[in-house]
Design a protein. Structure first.
Length: 147
């Protein structure tokens, strides 16, 4: 199950003609962009523990980083790692707290929680944050998770 609580597309623009040192920020709700679509597909795959097709979301030489683990380079290694990570978990639930996407869909930040059952114990609402950049073809080229 995947739930979305807040979706914001943010464009921050620094203009040289501005008289203020503060960036001009235009925050509006707009049509969901490609990066958000990619996150929603990825989070559905993780929640269902069905990662077939995940290679299509990541660039061939993508980099996946997270605390306490070595880097995973390449869409096939990312697939293998995530498949192994979710193998010991049941009843996975991902809840999105906030999504912030660049207006050009090149960058995405997601605040989310994951709940699951493992080894007879329920783990609830573990906080996570993901930051992703996308290549020109719309595939994830850099993915960093924080827990």
């Amino acid at each position: 199950m995947v739930a979305v609580h807040d979706l914001t597309v943010v464009s921050t623009i620094l203009t040289p003609s501005s008289t203020s040192d503060e960036p001009s920020t235009d925050t509006t709700r707009t049509n969901v962009g490609h990066a958000t679509d990619a996150w929603q597909r990825l989070s559905r795959m993780m929640a269902k523990q069905d990662l077939d097709g995940i290679e299509d979301l990541y660039a061939v030489d993508a980099l996946y980083l997270e605390p306490y683990n070595p880097p995973h380079r390449g869409n096939l290694l990312i697939h293998a790692y995530l498949k192994d990570y979710f193998a010991g978990k049941d009843d996975v639930q991902i809840d999105v707290v906030r999504i912030v996407e660049a207006a050009d869909s090149s960058t995405l930040a997601v605040e989310w929680t994951i709940s699951y059952t493992a080894a007879g114990r329920r783990w609830n609402a573990l906080p996570r944050a993901s930051f992703m950049t996308f290549d020109d073809a719309g595939r994830i080229e850099h993915h960093r998770d924080y827990s």
